[in-house]
Structure formats: structure tokens, C-alpha cells
Design a protein around this ligand. Sequence first.
Ligand code: JJW
Length: 446
Amino acid sequence: MALVQFPKDFVWGAATAAYQIEGAHNEDGRGMSIWDTFSGTPGKVYNGDNGNIACDSYHRYEEDVELLKDLGVRAYRFSVAWPRIYPQGRGEINPKGLEFYHKFVDRLLANGIEPMCTLYHWDLPQALQDEGGWDNRATIDAYVDYAETMFRSFAGKIKKWITFNEPWCISILSNLLGEHAPGYRDFQLALNVGHHVLVAHGETVKRFRALGVEGEIGIAPNTEWFEPYSAKPEDAAACDRRNAYFNGWFIEPLFKGEYPAIASDWYKKAGFEPPVRNGDMETIRQPIDFLGINYYTGGVGRKGDDDPLGFEAVDVGFDKTDIGWNIYPQGLLNVLNWIRNEYGGIPIYITENGACYDDVKAEGGIRDAKRIDYIKKHLIQLNRAIESGVNVKGYMLWSLMDNFEWAWGYSKRFGLVHVDFRTLERTKKDSYYWYKKIAEVGWLEV
Ligand code: JJW
């Protein structure tokens, strides 16, 4: 038996996002977002599910804070619905929207839980999408103004800010693969969106500094890691391209002010380039206070001919979670080592990691041993990174509770807390009690 010990001041937390939990889609002046539109379009979301009610956290936030309090976490990562603050994306502020988040944040603070606020977790106001969304540079200005409104309104209350959740999903998944809102399939559009999101991030960091906001600001890219199937150089090169396409594209510009050549050369050959204007890359390279890392999966890959990247994943028999993703804990260590080696000692928060498993309901509880096992294995790799000197400050487990899992609707559960989506009743799973102990003592036994 060995003890895996985390630093004394390590921040244990849990995460959610507005559209996935809040519900109250048409209350108190909230405007429409692209996810209302997308989930209202037949065939886009499993079972025709939508976030109209979700976990009803808009009304049940006191109960949710109680769950966090009892869980014993020091931080809660949540997101703000932009269309609650600016129903049309810009212009008139909706005071009821601000009021809701003030009541909620006050409640967190009163319970000793530090708010970590994501400004954009995919729910773009539909009014802005109607003008082209992130393809239109005017959306950058609207976003920075929304961010400033939040900084001013929550000065002294919220001290950790995340500009964007998962730029790869905002651009590629939503505009090339068509799986998420707004659901397009156009690579040039995806590159435009990704670039404008990064510029909006940089402009927001500039505004944050100019306003002298007390606190820290960062961004939360999602990462995956692929290692080569064989020692053949072409397999290594294929994985380098895959990692550059998924991870480097959205991380390298933050630190080096350049897109990774490994990917951009490839795209250029195919006739695609990001729409970089003078000064953009300098803007994107604004120093940030921390980097958020979301990590769930990865695997093994090699050179392949069918895919535009010249890459193919190889199934080498990894166990998978119920969402079909490989369980590859060492990929988390590889991502963290890569960041440290390439970009230095930036403080890092794991802003998402967690596991999708269906319930195992049993007498007296919900026996989600597989979720516990997944989290444990990732925490061990995280500990190896910390012991190796990677500057990891905290871990925000996805998710506090089962919620609307985007294109999968309510069919995929990531929560420490089970939610019955008919009655909205919350039930603590075994993993909740297990994580509570970790958050309390700061170590685990393996
Ligand atoms: C990849 C599907 C190809 C969320 C993906 C789909 C590929 C046709 C979980 N992270 O709910 C990644 N999540 O809101 C943010 N992360 O490709 C938070 N990444 O299809 C969680 C989905 C995801 C994905 C889902």
C-alpha cells in the first residue's frame, strides 16, 4: 500500500456549467442562446432533450451549495449564462440576471466556497449568432464588454475567472464536426471561430488588467493525448499532428503567440489558414495567471491515410467509460509534462476531469465504483505530475451532479450526485462520499 499525498494548499473542487444545470430557460428575462436553438432542432440532441429545466439549479441553488458544503470542497467552478446578463448579447443589461448570480455567489462565499467563474461555456446569445456569431469579429467586442460588466459587478467576490471553456469544442466540434451548436460543417469557419475566440480571450485579459481587477484570470482548453503505436517515425509524426491539432492549436498561441507549425503547415497545404490580423497574436499572448486543463481521454495512434491529418487512432484495448472514451490516465501526465516542457511553470488547475457511467442503483445507495476507480487513477497520475514539479494548484471534478450532457442529452451521467430528471431529486453516490474524504484529508491510498 502506498500513500499518494497532495500539497497542503491543494484546491479540491467540483465543476458544472450554466446551460447544463440551470434550467429556467425563459425566466427573469433570459435571452435565447445557440443551445436553445440547437436543442430545439430535431435530430441534434439525443432523445430531443434540452436544457429548459435541466437540474433546475436556477431555483435549487441553495440545495446545490449545501451539497458542495457537505462535500467539503474549497472551490466551485460554474459558468455564467451570457444571455441572462445581456439577453441580446450586448446593449441593455438584464438586472435580474446579475441578481441571480449575486445571490448564488453570496451563498457560496457564506459557506466558505471559492467561486471560479467561467464566462463562456458555450451558450452564445442567439442574437449574436444571427450576426455570424464567432465568425464575426463584432462578437469579440460584445464578449469583452460582457466580461467587463461581470468583472465590475463581482469585484471582490469572484477572484478566479476563466474566459473560455474548451476552444476546440467551440470551434472544431461545433463548426467542423457539426456535433454541437451552432452545428456547421466547415473547416474554414471552424478556424475563424477558433481564432476569434482566442483574440476575445486576449482582449479580455487586457481589459482585466486595465481595470485592475483583483484576482486571477485564465482559460480552460480541453486536451487529449495520443502516443504512437510503434517506434516508426511516421507514427510519432502522426501523433504529433494529432496532439498539435487538438491541444497545441489552442495552447501554443497563448504562450508563444504562434499557432503550432506542425498543424498550420498541414492546414495551409490543404488551403486553410486562420484569419490572423495585425496584432492578433500579440493580443492572444497576454500573460495569464493560470491555465485550466480539461482532460478526459486519449489513446494510441499511428499514420493513417483516410483522415485529413494523416492520423488514425488504434484501439489497443483500453477500458472505456459509458460514453465510449478510452480510460487513459497516463495521458493526463503526458499533457502536463508537455505543457511544462514547452511552456514553462504556469500555475495549472485541472478544470475538468471525471467519468461517465450509468447508475448502479442498489439498496441504500448508488454504487459507482467505476467512477471512483477512474478518478483515483487520474489523481495518481496528477500526483506524479506534481511530484515531478508541474505547478498544479487544484482539481475541479466534472461534475458535481448529473446534468445535460450536450448532444447526449440526459443519457450520460458524470455526477458525484445523482439527479432524477423527472423529480429533480438529488442523491449522493458512493463517489461523493469517496471524494469528500479526499477533499478532507488531501491524500489517497493505493
Ligand atoms: C469530443 C465527438 C466526431 C464536457 C467529442 C464530443 C466526435 C464525429 C464533456 N466538457 O460536459 C469531446 N465533454 O461541459 C465540458 N468534453 O467528439 C463540460 N469534451 O465526434 C462537459 C464531445 C467532447 C466533449 C464532451
